[in-house]
Structures are given as structure tokens and as C-alpha cells.
Ligand binder design. Structure first.
Ligand code: T4K
Length: 408
């Protein structure tokens, strides 16, 4: 979205000009969080031509094989298996790792992490996160282990790595399986090593909203060849060869058209990182001096994909996060409250354990304070400047806005 989206009015004028009062949105069209990064159409169509010529549409076709090779090379892992989406990939990895009973996960994640367990009659045990990193707190993980615990799934929220060494140590000492949900973390590193090589396996998402997309898609990276073989069979109905089914399986295959999009996007990866990093720096610099806002940080010693612009709107100031989101949505800036309200407040988990929130104070707080802003290749520098102006105006005039929204 570029200049034509900007309205002529200046947002410096004060809160009268905000669309929540004036009804005239700053953006003529919605500015979304999660607009896909899209490869040049010609390159994608070139790969699609090959699919048409070969008449090979799915079932481990050449595009999928090329995509898997390219992913494994990028991540520095022995195996990278492509899947139809990350949710099925998580389910298969969980099953292949023989997790049962209880598995420790954060509640501060997309619902798919918890559902991938519960779908298989495994209880996700929600553990609180570190308020700074937004990732699992290893000390609390250790404290949550029971005789029924069989595994830990860490989530690298926003692409920032979990404490993989501490979690690895706990898993090893307590005989637990260790899997990472790396849905956000393609192209990110930890300790100079690409995320993908940690734990027993790591699961990426290539959904349209992700840094690297294949329309829908996912992958599991692992250095364990036996595990890769098991997951590969499960992905294909349990077939271990022609006419030979050796275990129960499902259909988790990636199609050729998805792999073509994945390959075309992979070639653009550096361009996407550069755009995201530019956007992130602009948001960060512009909002740096705004009281009550914290823009999450990325470790400059690591590789980051900068896919998420995540703000914490501290409570106790003027507008709270929900009110700010409401003000922005009126302007057509569709900020999102990921991962509100937390998995533990969604069904069936809320009914299973209605008191979980008491154990999860940091999750609860972040679910009230965190919001994501639009970024990616579809967002221009002018868009960001205007979004930041709107945020600053809204926060500066917090008390006045509140008084007008909720007249006494
Ligand atoms: N683990 C974690 C930690 C995850 O975050 C996710 C997915 C998963 C596992 C599971 O991965 P997959 O099975 O999906 O591969 C979105 C995505 O659907 C979901 O993939 C993602 N996480 C989650 C964080 O966000 P919604 O319900 O917010 O999607 P939706 O439809 O509201 O889209 C978000 C925005 O993106 C929209 O406002 C418009 C824009 N958009 C979306 C699509 C699909 C576009 O502009 N174009 C598009 O094609 O879940």
C-alpha cells in the first residue's frame, strides 16, 4: 500500500481528526498484518510451466524434492521434509516422537501448537513464559514435569529462539522428547546456528502470512535419519514402499504448486529480510521515545527475519492495548492481538483447566499488552510513518479519547 492510501489530513491535529471520532480513516484501504511476501510472478509461472509439462502435481514431485534440498541446505540440517501445513507437520512430529500423556507447551502461542497435541489425545500442559523473551521459562518447565510428562514443545515466538540449551538439558535429564515449533523462525539463528537444528526436530510454517510462504505449507527439520524416515512414511499414509504399508499414516504431503511458490520465495529471501529489517528499524526509531510502548528487540548478533513488529502497550498509562487497537482499526490499520487471549482461555483448554490463568501471570499480562503491526514487502515507509503518527497521537491524547469514548 503506497501514497494513495494516505488521507490528506494531518494526524498531528489532535484527537478530533482520529477516525474513531471523525469517521474518516487515515487509510483508504485496510492495512493488514500478514500480507504475503510474493515472489516475481514470472519466476513462479516458469516453475508452474514445468509442473504442467511434467504432469506431476503432487506425491514427492521434483519441485518438492528441490524445495526440501534447498531448505535443508539453508538450515544446515540433514533432513527437511515438506508438509501441506505446519499443523499437520506438528501432529506428525509429535506422533513420530511417541509423545503421549502430557506435553509441556507455552500458552502464549497460536492455537495450532496446543491443538496438534490435543488432536491426538495428549494433554498440553501450559507453562508460563519469560516476560522479556516471550518464550518458555525453563525453571517453570522443570517444575511442571509429572510422571505423565513425555515431552516439551518450545515455541520460538516471533522468530526469537527459546532457551534451547536449558530445555535440552532438562529433556535429557528427565528422559523427555524435545520438539520446537519454529513456525515463525525460518531464516533465524541462535548462537550462530540456524534454527532448524535444535531439539530432536523443528517445525516451520510456510503459511501465506509467514516470512517464507508456499501458499500453505510447512516443514520439519531434523538431523535424526530414523525420525525423518518415520515422519516421511506417516506423511504418506504409512507407505514404506510401493504397495507396502507398515504403519498408520495420514496425508501430509506438499503439492507441487506449493513447492513452486516456496522455491520462488526462497530465492527472494534476502530481499524480504531487507524490507522487514527496514520496516522494523523505522517503527523502532519512530516509536522509541513514545512513553508506554516497548517494541520487542531482535538480537543483532543473530540472523533474524524481522517478520513481526510486536509492541507491548504497558498497562496503567492512558489508552490500553485494546483501546489502541480499536483506534487503529477505525483508521483501517488492522493491528492484531496475537496470541490473545492465550490458548488456556480457549476451548477445550479453558473447560479442562479453568484455573490455568493463575499459573500463567506473564502470559496473561502479555496477552493484554501485546499487539502486532503491519510489515512486510506490501507496506511502504509512508504507511509506517502514518501508522506511527496515529499511535503517537492516540497515546498522547489517551485521557481525552477515553473520556469521549466512555462519557461519564
Ligand atoms: N505454530 C505457530 C506458532 C503459528 O503461529 C502457526 C500459524 C502454526 C503453528 C500453524 O501453522 P500453519 O498450520 O498455519 O502452517 C494466521 C495464520 O493463518 C496462521 O498460519 C498463523 N500461525 C497465525 C499466527 O496467523 P489468522 O487466523 O490470524 O489468519 P488470518 O486469516 O486472519 O490472516 C491474517 C491477516 O493476513 C489477515 O488480516 C489478512 C492477511 N492475509 C492473509 C492471507 C491468508 C493476506 O493478506 N493474504 C492472505 O493470503 O492466523
Amino acid at each position: 500500500m503506497v501514497a494513495q492510501a494516505l488521507s490528506s489530513r494531518s494526524v498531528e491535529r489532535g484527537c478530533d481528526s482520529l477516525a474513531i471520532f471523525s469517521g474518516v480513516p487515515a487509510f483508504a484501504e485496510p492495512l493488514h498484518v500478514g500480507r504475503p511476501n510474493i515472489a516475481p510472478k514470472e519466476r513462479f509461472l516458469e516453475l508452474v510451466d514445468g509442473i504442467f509439462e511434467r504432469r506431476w502435481l503432487t506425491n514427492n514431485g521434483p519441485c518438492v524434492q528441490d524445495f526440501e534440498k534447498a531448505l535443508a541446505a539453508k538450515l544446515g540440517v540433514r533432513h527437511c521434509l515438506a508438509f501441506c501445513n505446519a499443523t499437520i507437520a506438528l501432529e506428525i512430529a509429535i506422533r513420530a516422537l511417541e509423545m503421549t500423556g502430557e506435553v509441556i507447551v507455552p500458552s502464549f502461542t497460536f492455537i495450532a501448537t496446543a491443538h496438534a497435541l490435543r488432536w491426538q489425545e495428549i494433554t498440553p500442559v501450559f507453562v508460563d513464559i519469560d516476560p522479556l523473551t516471550h518464550n518458555l521459562d525453563p525453571a517453570l518447565v522443570e517444575a511442571a514435569i509429572t510422571p505423565r510428562t513425555t515431552g516439551i514443545i518450545g515455541v520460538h515466538a516471533w522468530g526469537r529462539a527459546c532457551q534451547v540449551a536449558a530445555l535440552g538439558e532438562i529433556a535429557q535429564q528427565r528422559g523427555l522428547r524435545l520438539l520446537f515449533d519454529a513456525a515463525h523462525a525460518f531464516g533465524c539463528s541462535h548462537g550462530g546456528r540456524m534454527i532448524g537444528a535444535f531439539g530432536e526436530a523443528e517445525v516451520f510454517s510456510f503459511h501465506g502470512t509467514k516470512f517464507l510462504n508456499s501458499f500453505e505449507g510447512g516443514a520439519v527439520a531434523t538431523n535424526n535419519s530414523a525420525l525423518a524416515k518415520t515422519m516421511g512414511d506417516m506423511r504418506n499414509f504409512g507407505f514404506a514402499g510401493l504397495d507396502r504399508v507398515t504403519s498408520v499414516g495420514t496425508n501430509g504431503k506438499m503439492s507441487e504448486i506449493s513447492a513452486a511458490m516456496g522455491l520462488a520465495n526462497l530465492e527472494q529471501m534476502e530481499h524480504y529480510v531487507a524490507a522487514n529489517q527496514r520496516n522494523y528499524s523505522q517503527y523502532r526509531e519512530t516509536l522509541a521515545r513514545s512513553p508506554g510502548i516497548r517494541v520487542i528487540e531482535y538480537d543483532s548478533a543473530e540472523q533474524n527475519n524481522f517478520q513481526y513488529i510486536v509492541l507491548e502497550i504497558m498497562e496503567g498509562g492512558g489508552l490500553n492495548r485494546d483501546q489502541l487497537v480499536e483506534v487503529l482499526r477505525a483508521e483501517n490499520v488492522l493491528a492484531r492481538r496475537y496470541f490473545f487471549p492465550g490458548c488456556h482461555r480457549m476451548e477445550p483448554y479453558l473447560t479442562d483447566d479453568p484455573d490455568a490463568s493463575q499459573r500463567l501471570p506473564n502470559t496473561e499480562k502479555l496477552c493484554r499488552e501485546v499487539m502486532s503491526l503491519p510489515t512486510g514487502t506490501a507496506v511502504s515507509s509512508e504507511d509506517i510513518a502514518l501508522v506511527c503518527e496515529l499511535i503517537r497521537t492516540a497515546l498522547q491524547h489517551g485521557p481525552e479519547i477515553l473520556a469521549r469514548l466512555e462519557p461519564a
